[in-house]
Write a protein that binds this ligand. Structure first.
Ligand code: NAP
Length: 267
């Protein structure tokens, strides 16, 4: 008979790191840890995920707190995207309310190369504000819900990259959609930008290897990048690699074991 899993880890995912952590946690602690990954449900066909998967919002911090209680979640890892700041705040509030340990796994930011031509802005509307000064043919790599900010730039061409075909009409006058899911290659990105005569790239400072190729290609083609800075992270314990998250899990599991009261047979 296999030993029943004693603890329950909830990973807030939607990222390559979240998926890699689910696998690493099962590999390292699978006999004593049940792993559930939560996805917002933004992409139609999320990649394969080991362990259990649940999809859709929780209904705010209170909903997540209830989920933690109902599912007897012992540990929470927020491995959402660096720009998923609302979910990160809800995760902090819910973990505090439920009094369970929480770790943020946030991938490292890209490092700026001396030849990069970045124009850093604070948010997506800020990016839309500088595009008219930066170029005429724009490679837009922001989320589908963030395109509206560029709608008034009617005299610019936009090459819009998306994972899935848009569910809503794209609010841009002159645009073309290119579908694609990382990892992308530098050669592929260079070719794409050349083919569409792109002269400015708009990107969020997401970090990560899967989408870094566009940054390298822009550097090689000497194209400016309007780079949206990351929101400030929530307070709390934070690591930037799956390996470090596994170390945190090991330490937390040991602490949970230590606090587990022995069950008295005379009860
Ligand atoms: P967000 O603005 O911080 O979150 C909006 C709402 O979506 C949250 O309040 C929550 O709804 C729900 N949600 C977000 N992540 C969730 C998760 N992992 N599981 C269950 N519900 C979740 O987040 P977002 O920017 O829309 O990102 C949504 C998802 O896409 C995240 O999983 C993120 O990792 C991934 N993603 C985001 C980006 C990006 O640029 N933002 C890029 C790539 C992947 P409730 O309040 O109802 O719980």
């Amino acid at each position: 008979m296999p030993t029943p899993n004693r603890y329950h880890l909830l990973i807030l995912g939607g990222t390559a790191e979240g998926a890699a952590l689910a696998q690493a946690a099962i590999d390292a602690f699978g006999d004593r840890l049940r792993v559930t990954t939560s996805l917002a449900g933004r992409t139609e066909q999320p990649g394969p995920l080991p362990g259990a998967v649940r999809i859709g919002g929780f209904g705010g911090p209170a909903g997540l707190t209830s989920f933690i209680a109902a599912q007897a979640v012992d540990l929470l890892v927020d491995a959402t995207h660096p720009f998923a700041d609302q979910m990160a705040r809800h995760a902090r509030e819910a973990a505090e309310a439920a009094q369970i340990p929480r770790l943020m796994l946030i991938r490292p930011a890209w490092r700026r190369h001396p030849l990069d031509r970045w124009i850093e802005v604070g948010d997506v509307p800020g990016a839309a504000a500088v595009v008219p000064r930066a170029g005429r043919r724009v490679f837009l790599t922001v989320g589908p819900s963030e395109l509206e900010a560029f709608a008034r730039l009617e005299d610019r061409f936009f090459l819009v990259r998306m994972i899935d075909p848009p569910r809503e009409p794209v609010p841009l006058v002159d645009h073309e959609i290119v579908l694609g899911r990382g990892p992308f290659t530098v050669a592929g990105e260079r070719q794409l930008m050349r083919r569409h005569a792109i002269d400015v790239l708009v990107a969020k400072a997401s970090g990560g290897a899967a989408t870094e190729a566009k940054i390298t290609a822009a550097r090689e083609l000497s194209i400016p990048v309007v780079m949206v800075r990351r929101p400030l992270p929530e307070r709390g314990e934070r690591v930037d690699s799956v390996e470090a998250a596994v170390v945190w899990l090991r330490r937390r599991l040991a602490l949970l074991d230590r606090h587990l009261r022995p069950v008295s047979s005379e009860g």
